[in-house]
Write a protein that binds this ligand. Structure first.
Ligand code: FMN
Length: 373
């Protein structure tokens, strides 16, 4: 029976346990250059020191046009490589592996753009910036940007890359009929909406070679009117499997869905006992897809994490918000303090990311201040 604290190998990448730090836009990088700084690196190192098996640092933008928020980490040019290399070194010191998450914001852009507009599958306006439909040349350039970014991540020493294909960023926008109104070969049927994701995946694979792990995070459902639905989810995963991805992380929701159905649903909107938000999607996946599955969303107890792995629901358990509050959570559990994570899933941690202040547990900080008074 698979166990949480056992070593596994994912296309050559050695993982000392089955816990994954799900990508978190830290909002701590240098505001203009997107380079890693000491604060960003120490943040990553703290989670690695807390004994995570796989660290997925936040969504690194692959081009200036693909940047979403202030303080976001970049992998858009060679100047970002030395900072990323220092980050990798700090994570490796504690025996964790690293997969850098690569992203393009699409229309989900909250920083000024050199062009004066965002680029997405179709004309729309999701933020202050109008979003223009990408031309075929824009698409080809963006596919190449993802491939170049993956090569930089590898040069920096990352053990893997993860494509951000969830939560209404560009890849997810192409997948979703809610955002994608195209009438050419990139819009309409699932095959057409998946074309951009598959082009990115194949270009990244060709650039890094067959022996380098390439992962992807996907939505199982957008929870949006006319969005990507769970009916398309397994067929899409099978396409990704055939195109050569090494593992899939399953999430759901978008920044434009009812907040109750965002990737990080507040406590109370799913049954209390159900820590695993995307259980149904995982069950469907297991019936048809052979690739390793990373399951994220709502895991708060060691007991549930153990159950996910031992029952075969997923191969890896990914956690985000609890590690913002308790970077040493996995170590604490392994050492026998198996109390529930103290994260209350209040989502206040999004605030300092949006403002560019840098992520931290706002609830915990408020409590500390109250205790001081
Ligand atoms: C502050 C914050 C930033 C996030 N940034 C990212 C991101 O950059 N990329 C990503 O794929 N998901 C991101 N997420 C979503 C998480 O990775 C995760 O899917 C979600 O929080 C559910 O997991 P949890 O219940 O363990 O927190 C973010 C979540 C939070 C709270």
């Amino acid at each position: 029976m698979p166990e949480l604290f056992e070593t596994t190998v994912l296309n050559g990448m050695i993982l000392k346990n089955r816990f994954v730090h799900s990508a978190t836009n830290e909002g701590m990088a240098e505001p203009d250059s997107g380079c890693a700084n000491e604060r960003f690196i120490r943040w990553q190192e703290a989670v690695a020191e807390g004994e995570i098996g796989l660290m997925i640092p936040g969504n690194a933008y692959v081009s200036n046009q693909g940047k979403s928020r202030p303080g976001q980490i970049g992998v858009h040019n060679d100047a970002t490589i030395p900072g990323l290399a220092r980050m990798v070194e700090a994570i490796h010191r504690h025996g964790a592996s690293v997969a850098l998450q690569l992203t393009h914001a699409g229309g989900n852009m909250y920083v000024p753009s050199e062009t004066g507009y965002a680029l997405g599958p179709s004309d729309t306006k999701l933020t202050e910036l109008p979003c223009r439909a990408m031309t075929k040349a824009d698409i080809a350039r963006t596919v190449a940007d993802f491939a170049a970014a993956a090569v930089r991540a590898r040069q920096a020493g990352c053990d893997a890359v993860q494509l951000h294909g969830a939560h209404s960023y560009l890849i997810s926008q192409f997948l979703s009929p809610h955002f994608n109104k195209r009438t050419d070969e990139y819009g309409g049927s699932l095959e057409n909406r998946a074309r951009f994701a598959l082009e990115v995946l194949r270009a990244v694979r060709a650039a890094v070679g067959p022996d380098y792990p390439v992962l992807i995070k996907v939505n199982s459902d957008d929870y949006l009117e006319n969005g990507f639905t769970i009916e398309d989810f397994v067929p899409y995963c099978l396409m990704l499997e055939e195109a050569g991805v090494d593992a899939i992380e399953v999430s759901g929701g978008t920044h434009f869905s009812d907040p109750r159905y965002f990737c990080s649903r507040p406590e109370g909107t799913v049954p209390k006992e159900q820590e695993i938000y995307f259980k149904e999607a995982a069950e469907r996946y297991r019936r048809e897809v052979k690739l390793p599955l990373i399951l994220v969303g709502g895991v708060r107890t060691l007991r549930v994490a153990e159950h996910v792995v031992a029952s075969g629901l997923a191969d890896y358990v990914a956690i985000c918000r609890p590690l913002i509050r308790e970077p040493n959570l996995i170590k604490r559990w392994r050492e026998g303090d198996t109390r529930k994570a103290t994260c209350i899933s209040c989502n206040l941690c999004f605030g300092p990311v949006r403002s560019g202040e840098g992520v931290y547990c706002v609830a915990q900080e408020r409590q500390r201040q109250k205790n001081r008074v």
